[in-house]
Design a protein around this ligand. Sequence first.
Ligand code: NAD
Length: 379
Amino acid sequence: MLIGVPKEILPGENRVALIPSFISTLTQAGQEVMVESGAGAGCFYADKAYEEAGASIAPNAEALYSSADIVFKIRPPESAEVEMLREGTTLICLMDAFFRLDLLEQLASQKISGFGLEFVPRISRAQSMDVLSSMAAIAGYRAVIEAAELLPKYFPMLMTSAGTIAPAKVFVIGAGVAGLMAIATAKRLGAVVEAYDTRPVVKEQVESVGAKFVEFDLETAGEDAGGYAKAQSDDFYKKQQEQMKAKVATVDVVITTAAIPGKKSPVLITDDMLQSMQAGSVIIDLAAERGGNTEGAEAGVVVEKHGIKIVGYTDYPSRSAVHASQLFAKNITTFLLNMVKDGEYAIDLEDEIVKGALLVHDGQVVHEMIKPLMEQQGE
Ligand SMILES: NC(=O)c1ccc[n+]([C@@H]2O[C@H](COP(=O)([O-])OP(=O)(O)OC[C@H]3O[C@@H](n4cnc5c(N)ncnc54)[C@H](O)[C@@H]3O)[C@@H](O)[C@H]2O)c1
């Protein structure tokens, strides 16, 4: 099979889905690789580096898309990119499926098999394919770097001849992958870190990376079978806001990471809470792409309200494009090789990982979580 790696076209996207060091893994498994010219430029891989590793170079997107049997991509493709694909091609990328039913319909009508890497189940066998975790860890790290940059204070405690500087106080809401990495990073920079999560099971993990776990008097709906948080009731969020108000008023930095798969992000920090915070404080809202956990957060930009900077950047992995691409390449390569036996690529619907991530196949949307949404849309 010919694996095609196009250049990402979203403005500001520096990552690439495959880096040269993984090409030999694919060729040794009986596959060929073609890379669009310039695809690796955002993370400093020249065409020559891909060629030397054994890939061929396609001069442009048309040449790449029209000849690939399998496409490795990061972002969901634009409609015009899908149009260039041949019937029977496999597309593997982050599909943003809940919010891109139009794209799934197009893939189905063109008889493309589409895998959404965001649906790879969080099971041990699939750990090395877990793109969401790889990217969220980078987001957690960069969230703290951004906060340290914008906060008009030191992070560490310092004792100087001019006086003692108190350490910055950081509060992390949501201790999943991004949250835990944010805690560890803030701790390393010398901040005093506290964290809260609706899943009490993460208390030990929070403590193991150096933060204090904050307990609120709240009954939570816990987690689903996949280990993701369930959506809570409106009443729950109201109580959470009331109890968190006192906490956010005392800290310098808040990092919010609370996401519910397929849903708009819950608002955890209201305008009223912002007014209780100290001017100059910083909120890094990692959930800004889906509306944000902070009232007033805007995707992609920094907003200032009541003297508080609310950062809604959605491209943290792309800001660490070299390592993000390295991790993504490992994840997507492992994902593909799980479907290659004796050099032959085949979609085995009995495999839990394959079935979990397959969104479109044989001209139909096949994913159990997406099918009802398509039906609702058709009504
Ligand atoms: N901005 C970016 O560039 C960027 C990049 C990658 C990921 N992200 C985002 O980072 C976020 C976190 O990703 P992740 O992989 O760590 O997710 P995750 O599912 O591992 O973690 C989210 C955590 O939030 C918790 N949570 C949910 N609702 C909560 C609430 N009301 N109060 C407290 N905790 C709550 C969950 O229990 C879970 O532990 C997501 O929103 C993701 O989209 C952003």
